[in-house]
Design a protein around this ligand. Structure first.
Ligand code: IVH
Length: 663
């Protein structure tokens, strides 16, 4: 037989076996028979690379080394889900939907386990897997295609030949998770972290070895592909070789829904993968547009979250640490205990008052829970198990990093280290400055920041912008930064100069100032130079900005110790673009007609909804609403608008504007 034919036969055979094993869960051959044929194919392809198929199962072995993961914009934003925590929340969810729809429209629910992993978007073209993107911030994800190709639960080719996007979850099932933690050097705190860490590994052969799983559950353009029900989407996925959860159910009404959820809650342990709740979706996709969206979530789906599991363990000690604002954190060290298969040794205790109020003592047995987030929380002591060995925790007087006397601020429960030179505070503040939601400098871990700080290469975040001149020193001083990653780092740092002012303000780490406040401040003041001349009165004009925050912002910009830092940021033109983007000259009188007017959007646009909405709100001052009603002023229509919305707009005499508006 000629080599090409032999290779093709092996590929077809292996693909069939993978489908039987991973999608149908009914293998027809033993693992060793699969491995043997795969090995034969690897060898044949090595000798005859010209005959290698683009969907060859040898891709499952990995071997591709990425330099970094390219950021790619999602064609349709990847939204997340609202949460429901009780039976009442589920009933409300059902009632709210009925209110959005005309009377007598009947619908059913698709119920799916909420897999605790990370979402992935797969693009198939001509039947082949072309791209795999992580969710990222929902708008832009990372291209992890080579790593995803090693996941055997994801088909490399499918029968459907048009372009299509498929979404689902990548995760470790319970068995593989145990294996990963028993063999890999690094111990992961939970299955989701392990999956997220693995999918971003630069070496795809490591990904291949870890045996990630994948379940698919969504086709964003299902209507365009003539799939009008979620249950049809799931059938289509199965038919096209994808792994689909066998726990999915269709429910006709809320009572059935609640009964099914109860079943899941009671039988959670028997499911071979971790689930942290149940996703409830309206089964009729054709109703989605009428039910609508909020800025973050679809209103036609919600995630019911299981109540957290409570376990008990012994509190061995309480350690303190200092954060970027100088706030003292209290970390409980407990005897190792497992929650959902994850070994826990640390838990948070909030603040000193919490420890006092709950009378939590060292050596106490305590109850704790983990609700999604990585660090579990201590609920309180089990008084019946208290012994003479239990001793009260003494409030710390000095900073665990710099030893300076801690201070309590009036009306605040926390203790603070106010030493501006406290090393830990500086390191934490630099780490915050470069974090994803602030200046987003990829590749600058806290470990590297610590090293650069220890070697006196940086002493504040402004020094990052001078790092380029210290290349020799950094590479030669054994800081674990090789030339290539140094160059990448510099290009990331330079890129961050063009960030928005709101990111910069958030990155400064001003006490009490989070992302929402940073955005409001940026919008009002437009530049750092303007911020240097602020007054408390003008700050208080910002709605939702209270005294505490206004004072903190005012103090930050009037503290002469910050002068040099702010002037340097201004001189280096960091986040300067924002000024020109939002400056008043851009907002012409013509667009003023939308200011404070209520607007509803329907249909799709070349720019994503998530971008259009803030633009309308911030540039044009419009108020976006999801439902057409008598108080609405404008209906903005894009491609394929909902006819119901247009009819209603006509009924209420609402002015209709079309997408030409953007030109
Ligand atoms: S649907 C707009 N279905 O949960 C629809 N999500 O909190 C978005 N997830 O980001 C997702 N299992 O990563 C959906 N059967 C399922 C899911 C699921 C797990 C994750 C997903 C999503 C998050 C939302």
């Amino acid at each position: 037989m000629d080599i090409k034919k032999k290779i093709n036969n092996l590929v077809e055979k292996l693909k069939k076996w993978e489908y039987e094993y991973y999608a149908l869960e009914s293998p027809t051959v033993s693992d060793s028979e699969y491995d043997l044929s795969l090995k034969e194919l690897v060898e044949l392809e090595e000798k005859n690379p010209e005959f290698r198929n683009i969907d060859s199962p040898t891709l499952r072995v990995g071997g591709f080394i990425s330099e970094k993961f390219e950021k790619v914009k999602h064609k349709i934003p990847m939204l997340s889900l609202s949460n429901a925590f009780s039976k009442e929340d589920i009933i409300k969810f059902d009632n709210d939907i009925r209110k959005e729809l005309s009377e007598n429209i009947s619908f059913s629910y698709s119920l799916e386990p909420k897999i605790d992993g990370l979402s992935i978007s797969l693009i198939y073209e001509d039947g082949f897997l072309k791209k795999a993107l992580t969710r990222g911030d929902g708008i832009e994800g990372e291209d992890v295609t080579e790593n995803v190709k090693t996941i055997k639960y994801i088909p490399l080719s499918i029968p459907f030949k048009d372009e299509i996007e498929i979404r689902g979850e990548i995760f470790f099932d319970k068995k593989s998770m145990e294996k990963v933690n028993s063999i890999s050097e690094k111990k992961f705190v939970n299955a989701r972290n392990a999956a997220a860490g693995t999918i971003r590994n630069l070496d795809s052969s490591i990904v291949a070895k870890r045996n990630l799983n994948a379940i698919m559950y969504n086709i964003p353009e299902s209507i365009e592909n003539n799939l009008f029900k979620q249950s049809d989407v799931l059938k289509w996925l199965k038919h096209n070789f994808f792994n689909v959860s066998k726990y999915n159910k269709v429910c006709e009404n809320v009572d059935q829904l609640i009964n099914e959820i109860k079943w899941f809650q009671e039988n959670r342990e028997t499911i071979p993968f971790d689930i942290d709740g149940i996703v409830i979706k309206i089964n009729e996709i054709s109703l989605y547009d009428d039910i609508g969206y909020t800025s973050k979530f679809p209103k036609w789906a919600t995630a019911y979250k299981f109540p957290p599991k409570i376990v008990s363990s012994k509190l061995i000690d309480i350690k303190t640490s200092v954060g970027r604002t100088g706030r003292i954190n209290y970390i409980a060290q407990i005897e190792k205990v497992k929650i959902d298969g994850v070994a826990i040794q640390n838990a948070t205790l909030h603040n000193f008052e919490y420890i006092q109020e709950k009378d939590i003592r060292i050596n106490d047995y305590v109850e704790l829970y983990r609700a999604g987030e990585v660090i579990p929380k201590i609920i309180g002591p089990i008084i019946s198990r208290r012994t003479n060995e239990c001793k009260k925790f003494i409030c710390p007087k000095t900073c665990p990093s710099c030893n300076s006397i801690l201070e309590k601020i009036e009306n605040e429960v926390d203790l603070y280290c106010n030493n501006k030179k406290c090393e830990r505070k500086i390191i934490e503040s630099i780490s915050h400055f470069v974090s994803r939601n602030a200046m987003d400098v990829d590749g600058l871990s806290i470990k590297i920041i610590e090293k650069l700080y220890d070697k006196n290469i940086i002493s504040s975040f402004i020094d990052l912008y001078k790092l380029e001149n210290k290349k020799e020193e950094i590479i030669s001083s054994n800081l674990l930064i090789k030339e290539k990653s140094f160059n990448n780092l510099i290009s990331q740092i330079n890129k961050s100069k063009g960030n928005s002012l709101e990111r910069l303000i958030f990155g400064l780490g001003i006490k009490h100032v989070g992302e929402v406040a940073s955005k409001a401040i940026a919008k009002k003041y437009l530049s750092l130079t303007n911020l240097k001349n602020i007054t408390i009165e003008s700050l208080l004009e910002i709605s939702d900005l209270g005294d505490k925050m206004a004072n903190a912002i005012f103090n930050y910009f009037n503290d002469c110790d910050n002068d040099e830092l702010i002037n340097s940021l201004i001189n280096m033109k960091i986040a300067n673009e924002y000024f020109s983007k939002w400056s008043s000259s851009q907002i012409s009188n013509e667009n003023e007609i939308y200011r404070n007017k209520k607007m509803v959007i329907t249909g799709s646009f070349s720019t994503s909804r998530n971008e259009i909405k803030p633009l309308l709100e911030e540039m044009y001052g419009a108020k976006i609403s999801s439902k057409v009603g008598p108080s609405v002023d404008f209906l903005l229509i894009g491609n394929n608008p909902t006819t119901k919305k247009i009819e209603e707009a006509k009924k209420y005499n609402i002015k209709i504007i079309d997408k030409e508006f953007w030109k």
